[in-house]
Design a protein around this ligand. Sequence first.
Ligand SMILES: O=P(O)(O)OC[C@H]1O[C@H](OP(=O)(O)OP(=O)(O)O)[C@H](O)[C@@H]1O
Ligand SMILES: NC(=O)CC[C@H](N)C(=O)O
Ligand SMILES: [Mg+2]
Length: 555
Amino acid sequence: MCGILGLLLHDPNTDSAPEICEGLSLLQHRGQDACGIVTCGPKGRFYQCKANGMVRDVFDSNSISRLIGGMGVGHVRYPTAGSFNNAEAQPFYVNSPYGIVFAHNGNLINTSSLLQYMDATAHRHINTSSDSELLLNIFANNLQQTGKFRINEEDIFTALGGMMQQVKGAYACVAMLAGFGIMAFRDPNGIRPVGMAIRKSGSGNDYLFSSESVVADAGGFGEWQDVRPGEAIIITRSGVSRRQVAPSATFAPDIFEYVYFARPDSVLDGISVYRSRMAMGDALADEVQRVLTENNLTVDVVIPVPDTSRVAALNLAQKLQLPYREGFVKNRYVGRTFIMPGQEMRKKNVRRKLNAMALEFVGKNVLLVDDSIVRGTTSKEIVQMAKDVGAKKVIVASCAPPIRFSNVYGIDMPSRTELVAYGRDTNSIASAIGADLVIFQTLPDLIESVRQFNRDITAFDCSVFTGDYITGDVDESYLAHLEGLRADNVRGKAMGTTEAPAVQSSLSDRSDGPGPKTNGTPHGRGSDVTLGSDGHSTMNGSDDTVGLHNSWNIS
Ligand SMILES: O=P(O)(O)OC[C@H]1O[C@H](OP(=O)(O)OP(=O)(O)O)[C@H](O)[C@@H]1O
Ligand SMILES: NC(=O)CC[C@H](N)C(=O)O
Ligand SMILES: [Mg+2]
């Protein structure tokens, strides 16, 4: 999962980067591997800073001050395609046509045929193994086909409509055209979230696109609206245009956003993540009661596995009238372990992150509540920790059903064999994680916990539980191919983390002064430019002569 953000400020002389950086820090839970911001300043010049690392590591006041311009795009990355190489940090950029900057959340499933098309037909060079760079180039190629010196919103809608027919998979995207404006669009199934919000600013409006509404709340934006599946929204200084660019398909947001990914204080597609997690706790309470009775067991205390499961665990405890105790204390300086790269790192960090308070466990039958059990890394460690400090019996309850299938839409679960529930029934899952008993939410209960807040949504992507993939075209051979490419033990993926030093690049540097730009000078905390998004690009893509730049000065 990644976080995407776009911002257009009414006053073009106010820099957007500080606010984009703030927003990215609010989306940090969606991606901890890399982040980046590209802004567009006077004369349509792009200013870029991106690198591997968390927001607080990549940006400081110095690097932010060099990102000038009243509109920009930001990204936090959790890789699901390609490697962890910092050349794949986003946003991506192509200089032709017009200068486009692009940030993507999701994952494409037909990259092989798209790459072939890029090579044989479009003659565009893709410089990384990132599906996001590919997606950007498909869009750029479609835009190029207009053959126009200056384009308008209609041309962009047409290019995006064409792109949506060519690509398959999940994509929520924010893009920026040099000197023109920002846009957001969402795949026809609406698998990944993105929305828009507005804030009054002087005589006009500031506009925000973000993966989650929490960014809008924090920035004082209102009127949050989700981008509809298959819809594109373009914002220029002249206003907002929106269009359904792809025929309607089944609207199926990924239910795992509600289970784990999104922040509880976000509202996605009209559903409060917090409320949905409360409902998951209520529903799970009934299942826990049923299974405990069946097994003739009692529970003394309910303990959440921080952080995500807390909301559900509290509701569950209240419903069962059991004491709720924070038996594990979380080190607030350790991030989310599930989205860390590599099993070794995830395992080590569960211990670094959580500490068990013996008093709350000793001599008790404890019910540990987690939002999900995926690889079992967390549950295996915490069950052991609970036993080590003297718990009598350890029962684990999960707000999500067993996860037995790969995710192909933007969550890094490519390999079924890495999943602890793969090929195991509930009893063998319990033995695998060392628990006395494991209790899972049923799928109908999970769906109802979320859907009750917006009955207009008739389907959710639940493929990790069912193996039914909403886009089609995901069969055994595709899954085997994906496993070969991306499983934890595949060298290219694992090695990517250490492959290259952190890179920060600029498309244009504030200190350069007027005139032709050289390749980005090192600044801030990064080093020099890599050939990132476009093999043909000199990275001077913000040249004054590019068609659309003058429109920046319209208002
Ligand atoms: O079975 P696993 O492979 O361990 O994955 C599932 C666990 O990972 C996540 O926690 P994480 O530490 O990422 O984030 P959190 O602090 O938001 O709960 C999730 O909340 C589960 O606790
Ligand atoms: N998690 C995501 O959304 C990842 C986006 C893209 N597939 C990448 O790997 O960079
Ligand atoms: Mg967790």
